[in-house]
Design a binder for this molecule. Structure first.
Ligand SMILES: [Zn+2]
Length: 439
């Protein structure tokens, strides 16, 4: 993103932080969040302000976004769009009859459904261009829905602001698994079903069946949910058209229902075994996706974090105790456990990893009993963490699991981990050199 485009946002962040950061520092962070971590500008702004102790609500006040940039569950969105359709309907809310307007909006990026819930002074006509402040969004079946509530302000604009819009969504975008992104509209994807299970869920009080599992291609794996029975079996290679993408904690997932076209494909395609071990992903790719299911990353452990080593857990709730005390259950007789909390950096980005006792025992080549013994001998619990600092820092590790993201970055609950079988020192130095080169 060009720096001129960021200028008004930098000014806003600077104001919200009371001049705590220089404009250059803000610009650098903003560019990193937008260009590297692929956050939307509003989220990036809030994240920066929060991170530096400011009041994030000061930057939430709107500025316009394209419809394709709207995310579900956003309490405050501003945009300019053309009214593609406007239908009035009588509904009953809490015993009272009221009118709503619903239909589709469009701009040059996409079309979205909308509903206007408070329409006392509002008229909407097909073909009008409106600038909207203070709308909110929800998600329904993987698609963003725009809502006009009582805080919305709508201004009619010159219709020439937005030209002709194709109401039809156009052909679905043909994508690979690694290209899946939230709210990208209809997609078409080819992949092999690695697993599928059906279960019953309750959707708005109604029991529905959903078939979910893992679909994979050469670029990666993704969770899918099918809301209609396509008779999917593990091993099937399928082309799915008119699926949508939604995200769970940042991990893109494929969703499709009976609107989708699904065909079984006979073309040559990598086997399930080959796809299961799809190679190593780069953290930057995963950051760009916002997360990923069942991936493998390889990097150096750049920091062994507090809370690593020999810990005591609450027998009731399994939380780690702080000085013999559980946050919920107070002073308890804890039981010992081992874990590693660390930052893994592969030169393209970093992910926080958490490893359980079994993985810790394997990587440290020490058992829980032996760790307890050591701690007792030295009368110090920290010896195990100290040993981790010495033996794991800058070691190259391959870790597999699902990666999720939140405002603090990416994190992985590691399902499997190995010390990488390469010349560790050389590889670690290579990664570090690359890290420094990027500074
Ligand atoms: Zn407890």
């Amino acid at each position: 993103m060009e720096i001129e485009k960021l200028a008004p946002h930098i000014e806003e962040i600077s104001r919200a932080l009371g001049g705590k950061l220089s404009d250059e520092q803000i610009a650098e962070e903003l560019q990193k969040y937008v260009d590297v971590y692929k956050l939307s500008i509003p989220v990036a702004k809030k994240t920066i302000v929060k991170k530096h102790g400011g009041d994030a609500s000061e930057v939430s006040a709107g500025f316009q976004r394209k419809l394709v940039e709207l995310r579900p569950s956003d309490p405050n969105v501003d945009f300019v769009a053309k009214v593609l359709s406007a239908n009035t309907k009588e509904i009953t809310v809490k015993g009272e009859k009221k009118s709503i307007i619903y239909g589709f909006l469009g701009d040059d990026t996409t079309t979205l459904p909308y509903t206007a819930w408070e329409i006392e002074d509002l008229t909407l006509q097909k073909g009008e261009v409106i600038s909207v402040r203070g709308a909110y969004t929800k998600e329904y079946q993987g698609r963003v829905q725009v809502n006009f509530g009582n805080r919305v302000s709508i201004k009619k604009e010159d219709p020439s602001v937005i030209g002709d819009i194709q109401i039809a969504q156009g052909p679905p975008k043909i994508v690979t698994v690694s290209q899946l992104r939230e709210s990208m509209g209809f997609v078409e994807i080819k992949g092999r079903i690695l697993s599928v299970d059906s279960r019953e869920v309750s959707v708005q009080g109604q029991a529905k069946n959903v078939w979910s599992g893992i679909i994979a291609d050469e670029t990666g794996k993704a969770q899918f949910s099918a809301w209609s029975d396509f008779k999917l079996k593990p091993g099937d290679v399928v082309r799915i058209s008119k699926a949508t993408v939604k995200a769970w904690r940042g991990i893109p997932q494929l969703t499709f229902d009976d609107r989708a076209d699904l065909t079984k494909v006979m073309e040559k395609f990598p086997s399930a075994e080959e796809l299961q071990q799809t190679g190593v992903s780069m953290v930057s790719e995963i950051a760009a996706m916002g997360g990923a299911a069942d991936v493998t990353v390889r990097g150096v452990l750049v920091e062994i974090r507090e809370g690593s080593g020999l810990i005591m857990r609450c027998p009731e709730c399994k939380r780690a105790l702080q000085k013999g005390t559980c946050k919920i259950h107070g002073r308890v007789e804890g039981f010992p456990d081992l874990r590693i909390k660390a930052m893994l950096d592969d030169g393209s980005g970093a992910v926080g990893v958490v490893m359980n006792r079994e993985l810790t025992e394997r990587l440290m080549n020490i058992t829980l009993d032996e760790s307890m013994q050591k701690a007792k001998e030295s009368m110090n619990f920290d010896v195990v963490k100290d040993a981790m600092d010495d033996s794991l820092t800058l070691k190259l590790v391959t870790a597999s699991g699902s990666i999720t993201s939140d405002q603090y970055g990416l994190s992985m609950i590691v399902k499997d981990a190995q010390m990488a079988k390469v010349d560790v020192k050389e590889e670690a130095e290579r990664v570090l050199v690359e890290l420094e080169a990027q500074e």
